[in-house]
Design a protein around this ligand. Sequence first.
Ligand SMILES: [Zn+2]
Length: 287
Amino acid sequence: MPATARHSSSIPQPHRITIDDDWFEVQQITDYLYAISEPRHYEHTVLNLLIGHQHAVLIDTGCGIGNLRRVVELLTSHPVTVINTHTHLDHLGSNSQFSNIVMFDHPRSRDISRNGVPRETLFWELLNEKVVTPPWPRGFSRENAALPPFQVSRWLEHGDVLDIGGIRLKVLHTPGEAPDHICLLDQTHRILFCGDILLDGAVWSHLDGGDVSALRASYELLMRHYDEFDFLMPCHNAPCQSKDLLPIALAATEDVLSGKVTSEEGVDPWGRQYRKYDFGRISILTK
Ligand SMILES: [Zn+2]
């Protein structure tokens, strides 16, 4: 285990590695962790690949554009378990490229795994040029794109600890942005994989199923684990964040709920109005 992960509060310095792919970019975070990003998603989707001694874990599968499995196989020859942080479409688009998928047990994840996503929903929510932009990768046809049903091999509950080939991940249910959102606390490497609720940018609680009070409660839950991780790995924008973003985000939700801070109105790429509360490093969007 690198010293950066265990003994220091500083965050690892990612470095870009060159791969032969025309959609994904890869940054190496440590010797056991890669961030695979989709820079032509307007909020740079980031997928995290953790490599253990005999198994690998892929956290989220992105937009379903391009051959993610091929990129993962360039980085590891181990069998891969996919875990999705939530069911927003930019987090599970390539699930059907993998055979071992683990999800949080929630009506939304049960529905999407059983039925896939209707074509109109996929085109409206994700394959919309306000969200993802060409040039598309070789072999991808936007017209024929689909998000088909997929098999889930294990359903997770809050508090479960997954042991995948010696990588121990604790499941923490953290709604606020999405009702089925989880964070994964890597007890082996002291990392919090924090999905969409802690990142360099906006946390969206204005979506269907989003709720800023639930978001605050999720931050309070994570604060109870504050001594158990050294840095954060979000699913959008910059791949690594220092852990002090968590108390900053908690204070931000308290300020929003107090009604004492000002906000600006805005409209998201789908035409939904929001109020944006800007706290510098992070902002909170509410209805
Ligand atoms: Zn997202």
